[in-house]
Design a protein around this ligand. Structure first.
Ligand SMILES: [Zn+2]
Length: 146
């Protein structure tokens, strides 16, 4: 679980504070000490834009710029569960409508800072890479198709 796209501890703390220690999808209150644990109130930080192993390899060969923003706040949201359980499991299995903003396509033109997210605590927001957020309009279907 290390690598250029992993969230650094300070960044995890910023994301935790921004999300109020709650699951950004269902709003469940999480327990700080249960990161990565498959218990109730356990949690993990979800990468909205996937790390994609191929990208990291290409970056090492110098053909592609490393996607440094993958490890920044706009790309991370607190979710209950692990990659396979709870809300993190749901998002990983792509059970959510794309328009909710929890998943950002690697091949799309928009990066995580550009894609509105329906946050359990804050409503529709755009996340920034400093651990902040700003209110955003709910995307309409036409925007999603663009
Ligand atoms: Zn949840």
């Amino acid at each position: 679980m290390t690598g250029p796209a992993e969230f650094k501890p300070e960044m995890v703390q910023d994301i935790w504070e921004r999300d109020g220690g709650r699951c950004a999808l269902c709003g469940l209150g999480l327990h700080w000490d249960l990161r990565g644990k498959p218990f109730e109130r356990g949690w993990s930080v979800h990468h909205r834009e996937d790390r994609g192993m191929g990208g990291v390899k290409r970056a090492r060969k110098g053909r592609e710029q490393p996607r440094a923003y993958l490890a920044l706040a706009a790309n991370g949201v607190l979710l209950c569960g692990t990659g396979t359980t709870g809300c993190h499991g749901k998002v990983t299995r792509e059970e959510l409508p794309e328009r909710l903003g929890f998943s950002v396509s690697r091949i799309g033109i928009r990066r995580p800072v550009d894609v509105p997210l329906l946050h359990a605590l804050h409503g529709w927001v755009l996340l920034d890479n400093e651990g902040g957020y700003a209110p955003a309009d709910e995307p309409d279907e036409e925007e999603m198709a663009a």
